[in-house]
Design a protein around this ligand. Structure first.
Ligand code: NAD
Ligand code: UD1
Length: 309
């Protein structure tokens, strides 16, 4: 088992490829299962300790082969865009729920126990108005994306109780950093705003820009994921992953403007349907169970790193 790889589904994507780098640096072998829908081959280093399987988590046979012989799994493969799920609920569901179920079955069959799951702050819907969201905040999925993430959590919990799987569920808030692909309107807001600002292209804000998010730099997230893989125990109960810091899009734009020394034209357009207004993590459980870098990467520092400054 010493050389058994860690399977990272979605490992050619933004968070996945940053995790792969960290795992390689710690001496692990890594297997990636990715359909390259938003991920890229170039995100993965050339290394004899990295194996890429190009395939779909919605394909049960493919998932079974990928899980075989692994020591643990990090399940990141999904359509990451909330808006994409609004536009294509059925297509999203294949990746975001059927993919999780295929993985649970494959793990049950092969006896692989530990799985980290990338759930989302989206499961809380708009229940974060005016306060930090703890894990017991009522769930209110507003979009197909959020419904699939919450349902995936329930399936993982069923396989924990029934079949001894060791799921560790993280509800990521908004992650940013290098390799977050800015090329689609479905991309994460910081990747879009920073790329457009660098190129001097106009920026569109959906809504009044006063909506808030709790942004975490990807390297800090990856530290937590590695600890969860290495921990002897998989403690039950989902864990919010954020900094308990709200940044509005208008504040984000101001920070980007400061770091770059100016901003292109900014226009305000209709808000997206199902868009969450305020999202900030109560991260007490996170800091109790895991060590975040001290201090965590701040917004301006993270932007400067992302922009290579
Ligand atoms: P990403 O789009 O860069 O990564 C997703 C990866 O999964 C890509 O490489 C893509 O090609 C792959 N993929 C998608 N559908 C697949 C399928 N059916 N079969 C195989 N591979 C598939 O996005 P990311 O930001 O790195 O997101 C990673 C995970 O974290 C996702 O599950 C996302 O929902 C979750 N998440 C992200 C954030 C964030 O702020 N970025 C926050 C909460 C949760
Ligand atoms: C993001 C993640 C999602 C995750 C969730 C957890 C992505 C693509 N989405 O969703 O996977 O589960 O956080 O909190 O990584 N916006 C603009 N202009 C743009 C793009 C976006 O104004 O060009 C706005 C959106 O309307 C939204 C905010 O920026 O109000 C953030 O959008 P986005 O980065 O897509 O993130 P979430 O929807 O929060």
């Amino acid at each position: 088992m010493a050389d058994a790889p860690i399977l990272v589904t979605g490992g050619a994507g933004f968070i996945g490829s940053n995790l792969v780098d960290a795992l390689l640096a710690r001496g692990y072998a890594v297997r990636v299962l990715d359909n390259l829908s938003t991920g890229k081959r170039e995100n993965l280093p050339q290394s004899p300790r990295v194996e890429l399987i190009v395939g779909d988590v919605a394909d049960a046979g493919c998932v079974r082969r990928a899980v075989q012989g692994c020591r643990a799994v990090v399940h990141l493969a999904a359509v990451a865009s909330v808006q994409a799920s609004v536009d294509d609920p059925f297509g999203t569901h294949q990746s975001n729920l059927i993919g999780t179920l295929n993985l649970c079955e494959a793990m049950r069959e092969s006896g692989v126990k530990r799985v980290l799951f990338a759930s989302s702050a989206a499961v809380y819907g708009n229940n974060g108005e005016g306060h930090a969201i703890d894990e017991d905040t009522p769930k209110a999925p507003l979009t197909p994306y959020a419904a699939d993430k919450l349902a995936s959590e329930h399936y993982l919990d069923f396989y924990r109780r029934q079949h001894g799987l060791e799921p560790v569920v993280f509800r990521f808030f908004n992650i940013f950093g290098p390799r977050q692909d800015p090329s689609s309107p479905y991309s994460g807001v910081i990747s879009i705003f920073t790329e457009r600002a660098q190129k001097g292209l106009p920026i569109a804000v959906f809504g009044d820009g006063e909506q808030t998010r709790d942004f975490l730099y990807v390297a800090d997230l990856v530290e937590v994921l590695v600890q969860a893989l290495e921990s002897p125990e998989a403690v039950e109960g989902a864990v919010n992953v954020g900094l308990n810091q709200a940044t509005s899009l208008n504040q984000l734009l101001a920070a980007i403007g400061d770091v770059l020394g100016g901003l292109p034209e900014v226009s305000y357009q209709a808000a997206r349907p199902g868009d969450i207004r305020h999202s900030r993590a109560n991260n007490a459980r996170l800091v109790q169970r895991y060590r975040l870098p001290e201090p965590p990467t701040g917004m301006r520092q993270g932007l400067a790193k992302l922009l290579g400054l």
